[in-house]
Ligand binder design. Structure first.
Ligand SMILES: C[S@@+](CC[C@H](N)C(=O)[O-])C[C@H]1O[C@@H](n2cnc3c(N)ncnc32)[C@H](O)[C@@H]1O
Length: 217
């Protein structure tokens, strides 16, 4: 993945943000050594951003769609309270095995519940409310995940959608691939969605933050 900001600025921002935990660091290192697409891990800067967001909404129940080797799930688990819960969805058993290995090594791993299987099926069986929902799985289903997330999110909660800028490809018309077209279409839809307020922040590959509109309109 190309970074959208120059590497020196990315490194500076990372150096001046909360550091990743030792377990997250080891998990990230092993993911880069052993997995085919390690860059799917959100990494330290976006990980810090996710943790800060969870802390700001005082998240106790977190739902993640797209666990991979568990980096972002562990970030959330590190900031939810002891009786908090992180439910995370994944289809790939090899990634999940690595994730489980590191969850077992973390003092926060027992807060994480892994749900294997296609996320849409898992989501159909879940009840809300969740304080934070992080969408980071197959882009083609983002619209379906977003609509279900709106059912499950607490009125005071926040939904985050990763890869909202697709390496900058959101600027290309026509879109180079169907997954980018799906993101372009969803970004437009969210920006016009009267049920929510949203901000697309340029952290890493772009994160769309969505908050349900309360009584404030
Ligand atoms: C970008 S990675 C997630 C990265 C993770 N959030 C992190 O920071 O380490 C996306 C993951 O979604 C999983 N995935 C793809 N389609 C899925 C589906 N339909 N249901 C559940 N998981 C899915 C993939 O196997 C992959 O591990």
């Amino acid at each position: 993945m190309d970074f959208l900001v120059v590497p020196e600025i990315e490194a500076y921002a990372e150096a001046h943000s909360m550091p990743e935990s030792a377990v997250c660091r080891e998990l990230r290192d092993e993911t880069y050594r052993t997995m085919e697409w390690p860059q799917m891990v959100v990494g330290p800067l976006e990980g810090a951003f996710l943790k800060m967001t969870a802390q700001m909404v005082q998240a106790k129940r977190v739902l993640e769609i797209g666990m991979f080797t568990g980096y972002s799930a562990l970030c959330f688990a590190e900031v939810v309270p002891d009786d908090g819960r992180v439910i995370t969805c994944e289809v790939d058993h090899e990634s999940a095995a690595l994730a489980r290995h590191y969850f077992a090594r973390s003092p926060h791993g027992n807060k994480i519940e892994v749900r294997m299987g296609p996320a849409l099926e898992t989501l159909a069986g879940l009840s809300g409310p969740f304080d934070l929902i992080f969408i980071d799985a197959d882009k083609i289903n983002y619209l379906n995940y977003y609509e279900r997330a709106l059912d499950l999110i607490a009125p005071t909660g926040v939904i985050l959608l990763d890869n909202a800028l697709r390496d900058g490809d959101v600027l290309k018309h026509p879109a180079p691939e169907p997954s980018t077209e799906a993101i372009q279409s969803l970004n437009r839809r969210i920006a016009a969605d009267t049920r929510v307020t949203a901000v697309l922040v340029t952290v890493r590959d772009g994160v769309m933050l969505v908050k349900p509109k309360g009584d404030e309109g």
